[in-house]
Design a protein. Structure first.
Length: 342
């Protein structure tokens, strides 16, 4: 609700000290005029907003004393959720099978032997190029910088290999060291061009993802309904793949609601988000960039729209570039249209 108080210049110049008369300074006019009146946004006129009402009031008095009318208004608040939706109004997303995905402990990744992974995606080369290995920064014509630090049966420190798709060359022992320092999920990512070999998976804790269509439209997509995604991950105990194994992790703000337009591109994004969820890439455990809390569930480099009816926080609509941007982010995680089964 908007509260409007207007002070006329003549009233503001009053020098009376009568309390009753002073109180009249703040009586709302019956028909306030907003045309050409500068507004002072106050989020909460009860005193909890970023601009305290007393400060706003004094500013108003000073402006009126200078002959400037002023109008005090509430700052707009973000519209995070749609109007109430009955369960009977929830519909499956056209072209998308099912309505939920669950990740349980039995779905968690099993490690693969580092030597086998490296050999799967590289080709040995007999004559190494005269350039640096960008992992250890030693010359490729010499032994790996990990010689003496890492012993891998079957891989000698001087062996060099070329990645199959992108052709970048590294010491095989360096690739083993890089793999051991990562998620150990059976995939490799070229440190030079970021090309992904195999199926990249993450460290997302167990949880649930639901998705359905609701009978409301997003700003900028008035002609279509809305896909709502609901993520729910409970707090738990970190496993060896997480930063602090055996320590508790928190899960703030769940269930988290996210929104997509129910059109062709929105459904394509949903399908890829489902794939990213199955590969445990949507969330991870780390330090929150907003609260600074460590050992908590955080987003993992794939942005979502959590604001339904506005874009005041930057996490809502309208945003004409969002769908293309999130497709690019998903592709960087190895999740792209080429992975979808038509």
């Amino acid at each position: 609700r908007t509260h409007t108080h207007t002070l006329s210049p003549s009233t503001a110049r009053t020098t009376s000290t009568d309390p009753a008369h002073s109180a009249l300074l703040w009586q709302p006019t019956e028909e306030p005029s907003h045309q050409g009146v500068p507004a002072l946004p106050v989020k909460n006129l009860t005193g909890s907003g970023p601009v305290h009402p007393a400060l706003a009031g004094m500013t108003g008095i000073l402006m009126c004393a200078a002959g400037l009318p002023v109008c005090l208004t509430r700052a707009p608040k973000p519209v995070l959720h749609p109007p109430h939706v009955n369960k009977s109004d929830l519909k499956p997303v056209p072209g998308v099978s099912g309505i939920r995905r669950k990740t349980k402990k039995k779905h968690l990744r099993r490690g693969k032997h580092p030597e086998d992974v490296v050999r799967r995606y590289t080709e040995k080369i007999k004559s190494a190029p005269d350039e640096d290995c960008t992992i250890c920064m030693e010359r490729l014509v010499t032994s790996s910088g990990y010689e003496g630090l890492l012993s891998q049966k079957g891989i000698k420190p001087e062996l060099v290999g070329k990645l199959g798709k992108c052709g970048h060359v590294y010491h095989l022992l360096c690739l083993v060291a890089m793999y051991n320092n990562g998620n150990k999920d059976g995939s490799l990512q070229c440190p030079t061009c970021k090309a992904i070999y195999g199926e990249k998976t993450g460290t997302q804790p167990p949880g649930k993802m639901e998705y359905h269509v609701i009978p409301h439209s997003l700003p900028g997509y008035a002609e279509v309904k809305t896909i709502r995604i609901v993520y729910d991950i409970p707090a738990g105990i970190q496993t060896p793949e997480h930063p602090n194994p055996g320590k508790k992790f928190s899960a703030r703000g769940f269930p988290r609601h996210c929104y997509l337009p129910d059109n062709d591109k929105g459904r394509k994004v949903l399908k890829l988000l489902i794939m990213a969820w199955d590969r445990r890439l949507i969330f991870t455990i780390g330090t929150s960039s907003t609260t600074g809390e460590s050992d908590t569930v955080v987003w993992n480099e794939v942005h979502h729209k959590t604001e339904f009816g506005s874009n005041l926080t930057g996490h809502g609509y309208p945003d004409p570039n969002y769908l293309d941007n999130v497709l690019t982010e998903l592709s960087a995680q190895g999740v792209s249209h080429d992975n979808l089964k038509e």
